[in-house]
Ligand binder design. Structure first.
Ligand code: MN
Length: 150
């Protein structure tokens, strides 16, 4: 059910993005995709409950504890999206190129409604990272993403 928004936004006869299918790998997949769309950004995704919970980060992902990034929660993506790279055609939702920027796994440390702490084991991001829900400019889907300590 939580992939309904993902499906509604896409036309699968035109995009090569994976179809909506919830499944669990049991591996706690972590991935960040660089998305060169209308606005260049990074998409952080974490496997939770059979889907990839997703956040768009408008700037480079934080690699030290001094950098706090705005992370805008977006629709849940299917697990298969973690392997997706390619070009989403002009005129479609998210049109532009998608490349994997970093990938690995994570250990969930704290998963709460307004605070998520994960121990990320990627190639570029490693260690404890925090997602903290904020009410930035009154928005309901804004979080801060930062490294807990160096
Ligand atoms: Mn994106």
């Amino acid at each position: 059910m939580s992939l309904e928004t993902y499906s509604k936004k896409r036309n699968f006869s035109k995009t090569t993005e994976p179809k909506a299918e919830a499944k669990s790998t049991g591996k706690n997949i972590y991935v960040i995709q660089e998305h060169n769309a209308t606005h260049h950004h990074f998409d952080l995704r974490l496997e939770m409950g059979g889907v990839l919970k997703s956040w768009a980060i408008p700037k480079d992902p934080p690699t030290d504890s001094k950098t706090k990034r705005l992370a805008i929660q977006t629709e849940d993506h299917p697990i298969d999206y973690a392997d997706f790279e390619g070009t989403i055609p002009e005129g479609l939702y998210g049109a532009g190129t998608v490349k994997i920027w970093d990938k690995g796994t994570f250990i969930p440390i704290k998963i709460e409604e307004k605070e998520i702490i994960v121990d990320i084991n990627g190639k570029k991001l490693k260690g404890l990272f925090v997602l903290l829900k904020t009410s930035f400019k009154g928005a309901k889907n804004t979080w801060l993403f930062f490294k807990k300590k160096d």
